[in-house]
Design a protein around this ligand. Structure first.
Ligand code: ADP
Ligand code: MG
Length: 660
């Protein structure tokens, strides 16, 4: 596939393209001229007429044919006969029997077909590179002297840049001053602008539409989320998918077989006295033309490139055709609960102390430990404690209650269970009952759980201080998304969670999941995903990329949500949903399903057409010209157009998913 590696800015202006145009023009002119002369002639050995139209056609055949000749010589040297060799033989064969119209047609039309396919792949590539080009090239950085304009690629982490209203943000960073609505569609695909205030994260290439921002860079220029996206999409485009590998293996057998068949057709029947040598030679040449696997070979890659590129523009990063195809056929999907099906912004609803311990003390201990945790539960507790502290600051002078000045050492996150640390020298834990040596939680614990709360215990390994109950809500639209997945054929939907059974069930019921597996440690999630893969062949798993990384890696397709802010997640997930938005999930599935159908259709079309034409060629019903026009040019055109249609699949617009 030499044509696919072209890097020129436009495939329509390369020397290859030029030869195709000139060859094509000579072919048309020569054909018209000889038709106008009204001469009809039969194919015969060495009967090429060196009259004026004949010469025009000969030039056409040689000029366009030059696209294949040098490569054909190389393929012979390497002893691997490829399509360049087939075309060269076909062109000279047609000239040999005095069919210059066919010779020029083969040369010109095959050249055009090659152009067409590289243009299709190119257009998709360019549309991704455009994303980066859309990011500003210059940035205004704040210097001790005032302000300096430097190339965006030279921004260093920690520098401050100024973004005026209507300008694009040149680097990933944190807002340190100002406030603005920011259109983040280039990164997340989300068309509704987000409001960015002090402390918000912003991305390179997004547009500050409403106000002034001062941003402290959190990455170097050239290493932004957008740069990652573009690099990963490019890598994805060049990776081979399973059907592509299958077709390539098939072509390795198909082409020599068809070539052998063509030779047999040329030689055997005349030897048996079944007609003239020239007649069978022509049929053999037609078979050679059909033996070119072109449309078949490009059927998958053009589809994958088109789908992957279009997905990236809508905020879904698909790391290769492999995952696209797997998602296209998966019937089973596992979901992490916290942060994926629920929005993960938990709220503390109850804080209670046991045996005379005050609620404030329970919260203080939990908060100082959780300040080091990245878990949504941890963040909720810290936020709640901060809120309480602020209230107290105004009222009574007891802010020290939640000061984060306590000595916290030996912090340890126990995945799926909680956190542990030493606070002022005392061993402390926050999390599930298992964390505490054989202690049974009081009845109040289960009472709160029954009401759908996530409840964590706080205490020393052998002494409980109290509990904290948190409420998490299903994401708005989650029920609609799950219903749509059902319509798309994802019939098995399984919730995997480290949370307790009661809590998990109450959330699952509200969004329409019946298969709930609760109280799982990360390794249990991995084991269950592995079992699901065995049972269903392909399993997709939606998770948050950090806590769920092992399970995501075990699934056939690991899908991470809200990946825009986390480069590590973008790198490790098979599919990354950039926005923290569930509606991207059915979009990705829909796109993958369509892509899979297009791939199957394209391969079937290319193969079916070739088989039909081959049969017709042997029977003498299909002429050389028809074989070229339909079997190659036509098939390539249909296959590429079909693939291009995928860019019309779009995520649901806000509001079109029913929010229950
Ligand atoms: P999920 O599978 O729902 O994402 P996790 O596996 O992350 O849940 O956590 C499972 C359980 O472990 C939580 O419900 C909670 O009880 C406990 N847990 C995990 N992390 C923490 C933490 N930082 N603080 C307190 N409890 C935690
Ligand atoms: Mg989780």
């Amino acid at each position: 596939m030499g044509a696919m590696s072209t890097t020129a800015s436009s495939v329509w202006r390369t020397p290859t393209a030029l030869r195709a145009y000139v060859g094509g023009a000579f072919w048309l002119a020569g054909t018209a001229w000889s038709l106008a002369r009204g001469e009809s002639h039969e194919a015969a050995w060495l009967s090429v007429q060196l009259d004026a139209p004949g010469l025009v056609l000969l030039v056409g055949a040689l000029v366009a044919g030059w696209n294949f000749f040098p490569k054909a010589v190389r393929s012979v040297r390497r002893l691997s006969l490829d399509m360049n060799f087939l075309m060269t033989v076909a062109i000279f064969g047609a000239l040999l029997i005095g069919e210059p119209i066919e010779a020029a047609a083969i040369a010109a039309l095959f050249s055009l077909a090659e152009l067409l396919e590289s243009a299709a792949v190119h257009r998709a590539r360019r549309s991704i590179e455009e994303l980066v080009r859309l990011a500003p090239q210059q940035a205004r950085v704040v210097t001790p002297a005032g302000e300096e304009t430097i190339p965006a690629s030279e921004i260093r982490k920690g520098q401050r840049v100024r973004v005026r209203p209507g300008e694009k943000i040149p680097v990933d960073g944190t807002v340190v001053d100002g406030e603005s609505a920011v259109d983040e569609s280039t990164v997340t695909g989300e068309s509704v602008p987000a409001t960015k205030v002090l402390g918000s994260t912003v991305y390179a290439g997004t547009l500050a539409s409403g106000g002034y921002l001062e941003v402290e860079a959190t990455t170097d220029g050239g290493d932004t989320t957008l740069d990652h996206i573009v690099r990963l999409v490019k890598e994805a485009q060049s990776k081979r998918s399973p059907s592509e590998r299958f077709v390539e293996r098939f072509a390795k057998v198909y082409t020599p077989t068809a070539t052998g068949l063509a030779m047999a057709v040329m030689i055997v029947p005349p030897l048996l006295g079944l007609g003239t040598g020239v007649e069978w030679f022509t049929r053999g040449l037609t078979l050679l033309v059909i033996a070119c696997p072109c449309a078949l070979v490009i059927a998958t890659p053009v589809t994958v490139v088109s789908a992957v590129t279009s997905a990236a523009r809508h905020g879904v990063l698909i790391k290769g055709g492999e995952y696209l195809e797997a998602l296209g056929r998966t019937r089973a999907m596992a979901f992490d609960k916290t942060g994926s099906l629920t929005h993960g912004r938990l709220e503390v609803t109850d804080v209670e102390g046991f045996d005379g311990t005050s609620a404030g003390e329970v919260l203080r201990v939990a908060a100082v430990i959780e300040a080091r945790s990245e878990h949504p539960i941890g963040r909720a507790i810290v936020t709640h404690a901060g809120g309480v502290a602020r209230v107290r600051e105004k009222g009574e002078p007891r802010a020290a209650d939640v000061a984060v000045t306590d000595m916290v050492t030996d912090f340890e996150a126990r995945a799926g269970r909680g956190v542990a640390a030493r606070v002022d020298g005392r061993q402390m834990r926050v999390g599930v009952p298992d964390l505490f040596d054989g202690l049974r939680p009081p009845p109040r614990f289960e009472e709160l759980e029954r009401s759908g709360r996530t409840v964590v215990l706080v205490g020393e390994p052998d002494r409980l201080l109290g509990l904290i109950a948190l409420a998490d809500e299903p994401r708005p639209g989650a029920a609609g998304v799950l219903a749509e997945l059902e319509r798309l054929g994802v019939h098995e939907r399984i919730m995997l969670t480290g949370d307790q059974e009661l809590v998990a069930r109450s959330i699952a019921e509200r969004i329409g999941i019946t298969d709930v597996r609760a109280r799982l440690l990360p390794e249990d999630k991995v084991r269950i995903v592995r079992e699901l893969v065995e049972e269903h062949g392909a399993v997709a798993m939606l998770g948050d990329g950090v806590n769920d990384a092992p399970a995501l890696a075990t699934a056939t397709v690991g899908i991470a949500m809200g990946a825009a802010g986390s480069p590590a997640t973008i790198e490790t997930a098979d599919i990354a949903l950039m926005a923290d938005d569930l509606k991207l999930l059915p979009y990705a599935v829909r796109l993958a399903r369509r892509a899979r159908r297009v791939i199957i259709f394209n391969i079937a079309l290319a193969l079916g057409l070739k088989l039909l034409l081959a049969l017709g060629a042997v029977l003498g019903l299909v002429s050389l010209l028809v074989a070229v026009l339909l079997g190659d040019m036509g098939a390539t055109l249909v296959v590429t157009l079909n693939a291009a249609r995928l860019s019309r699949v779009r995520p649901a617009q806000p509001g079109s998913i029913v929010i229950p």
